[in-house]
Design a binder for this molecule. Sequence first.
Ligand code: SAH
Ligand code: SF4
Ligand code: F3S
Length: 476
Amino acid sequence: MPNIRTVTPEELARQREIMAETAEHNAALPAPPLAFVDTYGCQQNEADSERLRGMLRDMGWGFTDREEEADLILLNTCAVRGHAELRVLGNVGALSHTKRAKPGQRLALCGCMVQQPHMREKLKASYPYVDLVFGPHEIWRLPELLQKLYTPHRGRIYEARDIDGERYEGLPVLHTPGVRAWLPIMYGCNNFCSYCIVPYVRGRERSREAEDVIREARELIAQGYREIYLLGQNVNSYGKDLGSSLDFSDLLRELNALEGDFVLRFMTSHPKDASEKLFDTMAACPKVERHIHLPFQAGNDRVLKAMNRGYTAEAYRRKVEYARSLMPDIAITSDVIVGFPGETEEEFRDTLSLVEEIRFDMLFTFLYSPRVGTPAAAMPDPFGKAEKQARFDALLALQEGISRETQAAHIGNVYRILVDGKGDKPGRLTARSLHNRLIHLEGPEDLIGTFQDARITAAATWNLTAEPLKGEWNHG
Ligand code: SAH
Ligand code: SF4
Ligand code: F3S
């Protein structure tokens, strides 16, 4: 049985009490203390950072994006590949200088990287200027942890419990202003793909009650967010742990029925759990994007089995076929790993074939990175770095050619787009189509947050350019 518990109302009330006391204390200062919160890794981590910021705000903290003026630096870390960890450690090293220049500054690390015992040991031994370290299961305890941090002569604080997760609701969130809002619908992962660290650091699947998700979605829509991004490591297994009859497709339908002008996006979908019902629901719900991120990881069945993915390349092909039969214009994006231990040249060629055949709209390609404690890290890995890099480059080149062609095919098409931000130059804006395709356009900033009908006029490998369908943009 997984070791998951529900945080008690008393425990949450205690955190709220500390937040109120701290807010009172900070309000009496000449200026609010400033926090710099930086996030590494995936959207789940972004969503966690919004929860950390919500608590900081309710404790009377202000925010800065300049490390050198921050009283508290909080890095929310990632462990998915060695590269992510090296980036964090490099920045922590650099921050020792920032800290020396600003007496009283505290440095805190949280998130997936520090849930790993060997990483905490490394930090303890080699990074003595890190003041506070806490794992993903401790996030709701931030008020209490900061109280400890600011207790004189406390010394360094390391807190990470070896549990499978906790359930709680009702702590503050400071959503990043803009068009898009992250909305976690579940936490953790039960899949244990043999290369992946996520289940070890994030614990077992915990779905949020549908009513909590729907309430938060309603609030976000009322606040003017136009794109609600539903998050989970495997959204297709939403609800299984609740023992409820409501699954992810049912949740999508309920959210699709909410009043308002908005779109629903979601990730990630595990192919083994992406059902026909999911694709039927997508096709039937006009507010749900016509895009699925469906990581296939490898095109060879032996490798897929060694990865513990739970599907074959053929089953993957059939799912894509079904989705396209219902929604011919659906965008399909994917993740793939190159250089999994023992993957032969011939097996890798099955990955190339799958990529060639499916013609993904976008492919995120990763070089395999061994993760401490995962089964794959103990598998024999006879192929060298140069060989893996050559395969990686070949895959990238193949996908670039495909992207160029698929992108060019959009020229002349008409799409409904959501203008979501400023572009690279004044007078330029960015937008997304319902297929989550990146689009550049020219127009004034007051278009941000509006839906428009647009015609595609040009295509590059990673973006499209659009003009207004009716001569000028609709200012609403
Ligand atoms: N839950 C999501 C993905 C989470 S991690 C899913 O199942 O699709 C995002 C991507 O990182 C994965 O899809 C995988 O392609 C890649 N990844 C995870 N662990 C990795 C490792 N050890 N080495 C290289 N890539 C990895
Ligand atoms: Fe990692 Fe697999 Fe879970 Fe995704 S589904 S987070 S790749 S273990
Ligand atoms: Fe990284 Fe943790 Fe996300 S390991 S990818 S931040 S779940």
